[in-house]
Design a protein around this ligand. Structure first.
Ligand SMILES: [Zn+2]
Length: 257
């Protein structure tokens, strides 16, 4: 069985047809989904989907691009949601410097990252981390504010040199569509160098469709292409990758599948 450890069926592009996408994923052997929120509303939707289907779980949290305007009350609502056993992680949280150049805005992202790490530690959940063009700051922050239950660097886009460093902090690495793209050498190298016991498969649907679906809306069933590519890059059998990912998911998110 394969799994998608990071998708957004709660996104408007997928939400309306979610049953169709879940059926298609199951048909292709992708039996477990983790639907990730990026603000209060999307987190609520993620949780809603977990109540409609089995083996669909949620992560709830506020994405760095959404911390502008986020309030203490939002954090309270997120905390309240974590009482639901289908919530497996706080996420996605982290740092995204792509559009944010202003120091004060980056500080605000850090502040919200820390707030949500504190929440994860308080309730005893792992975190799903979004880090874009902010690898060093993410590392420094995670080192200074350890996550008790560890977490995953979703769509890992840092350097290969940093893989063992994050692994030392207990972190896992999520890989998606870019590992299938012709010119993305670093993500490919990261898949090769990532310890097998730290690897996770994700689509980040509706974004980042893998080859041969580029230009289309991505969906969880495309995990099949991700796993195939992982096996190819590591010169091993897909079954070995599948089983490792299943084991890693259960271990990180404390769930029995
Ligand atoms: Zn995402």
């Amino acid at each position: 069985m394969m799994l998608d450890s990071h998708c957004h069926l709660n996104d408007d592009q997928l939400f309306g047809d979610r049953s169709q996408y879940i059926d298609e994923a199951r048909r292709r052997g992708v039996g477990v989904l983790l639907v990730v929120g990026w603000d209060v509303e999307s987190s609520k939707k993620a949780l809603q989907i977990t109540h409609e289907y089995t083996n669909v779980f949620a992560a709830v949290g506020i994405h760095p691009e959404n911390v502008d305007g986020a309030s203490v009350n939002d954090l309270k609502i997120i905390k309240e949601m974590t009482k639901d056993p289908n919530v497996l992680a706080i996420g996605e949280i982290g740092l995204d410097y792509h559009w944010v150049k202003e120091k004060s805005e980056r500080e605000r992202q850090k502040d919200w990252f820390i707030k949500q790490i504190d929440l994860a530690n308080e309730i005893g959940l792992p975190v799903s981390v979004h880090a874009r063009e902010a690898t060093q700051d993410t590392y420094d922050l995670l080192k200074a504010h350890p996550v008790r239950k560890s977490g995953v660097l979703h769509c890992y886009s840092g350097s290969t040199e940093m893989v063992p460093e994050f692994a030392k902090l207990g972190f896992y690495f999520g890989f998606d569509g870019p590992i299938t793209y012709k010119n993305s050498t670093i993500p490919k190298e990261n898949v090769r160098k990532c310890p097998l016991n730290r690897i996770l498969s994700e689509t980040d649907s509706p974004y980042l469709p893998p080859v041969p679906y580029r230009g289309q809306i991505n969906q969880p069933s495309h995990i099949v292409e991700i796993v195939k590519q992982m096996a190819f890059l590591r010169e091993t059998d897909s079954k070995i990758i599948e089983n490792a990912i299943l084991f890693n998911f259960e271990k990180l998110f404390h769930v029995e599948l």
